[in-house]
Design a protein around this ligand. Structure first.
Ligand code: PXL
Length: 277
């Protein structure tokens, strides 16, 4: 049976991050994606700055009712939420249907805009959603905020931050050091209360990394929906996203997106043979 996964997140008009990253990634993993859109994110070609347009809460609620109309799904990924009512609604929905396999991507900073999430939203996410999460996937900026550590530069800093975030109540944590981590390696750290596992890949000579964080978290979600254990799921997700960054695509001269089809060589699919034409 095809596994069904819901993403609750923002829609990225550019197609590389948010809902789009998630649905494309779910498809790459051979799973069926559903979506609840919390907001729409656009980027002005003139100023290169993003704008976020929230979806009215009643419509977020109707989307969640649609998604959960057959009961809990095989996994749930949470991304950009943007408001306290959405956080409350999602918490209640998860509890109502008893949804498990929850991946929380605590989106606070989109690459071009560091002020997405206000302190009261961070507090609500910590108290209401982190305890429901099987894994939380902060990038370095989000890690600094959640661990209350202004500087995270070394593997020791990362280890301490992972412990602190784990102690907020998630069952496991992966810190997405990625390209922002100092040095030559794009380093992430997984911690599940038992082992610290550093995952390294060489940094790539490319800027096509917009959407990488979302896609990585989506890949972890699809992995666990398909029955992989968390550690295996994280390791495979790292391979998937590294490939997506390496073969990324430019939308314009200032935004390069990851290409979700890279790992499975999707450009070779649906080749139309002459016999069909
Ligand atoms: O990468 C964080 C992120 C999350 N959600 C949406 C986004 C982005 C980055 O652009 O657009 C909708």
């Amino acid at each position: 049976m095809v596994k069904k996964i819901l993403t609750v997140a923002g829609s990225d008009a550019g197609g590389g991050a948010g809902i789009q990253a998630d649905l494309k990634t779910f498809e790459e993993y051979g799973t069926f994606g559903l979506s609840t859109i919390t907001s729409i994110l656009t980027v002005s070609p003139k100023t290169k700055t993003p704008s976020i347009y929230p979806i009215p809460i009643e419509i977020v609620e109707k989307q969640l009712e649609t998604a959960f109309s057959g009961g809990p799904l095989d996994a749930l990924k949470i991304g950009l939420l943007g408001s306290l009512p959405v956080i409350d609604l999602l918490e209640a929905s998860i509890k109502k249907v008893n949804q498990s396999h929850v991946v929380l991507d605590p989106v606070m900073a989109v690459k071009t805009n560091k002020e997405v999430l206000q302190p009261e939203l961070v507090k609500a996410m910590i108290s209401k959603l982190i305890p429901l999460a099987d894994i939380i996937t902060p990038n370095l900026v989000e890690t600094s905020i959640l661990a209350d550590m202004p500087i995270i530069e070394t593997e020791e800093d990362m280890t301490l931050a992972a412990k602190k975030i784990f102690n907020l109540g998630a069952k496991s944590v992966i810190i997405k050091g990625g390209d922002r981590f100092k040095g030559n390696s794009a380093t992430d750290l997984f911690y599940d209360g038992k082992q610290f596992l550093f995952i390294h890949e060489d940094k790539l000579e490319t800027n096509t990394n917009h959407g990488a964080g979302c896609s990585f978290a989506a890949a972890i979600t699809a992995g666990i929906a398909k029955g992989l254990d968390m550690e295996t799921s994280v390791k495979l997700a790292k391979k998937y996203v590294t490939s997506a960054i390496k073969y990324g695509v430019y939308l314009n001269d200032f935004t390069g997106y990851v290409w979700h089809g890279a790992f499975q060589e999707a450009t070779n699919r649906m080749i139309i043979g002459d016999d069909f034409k």
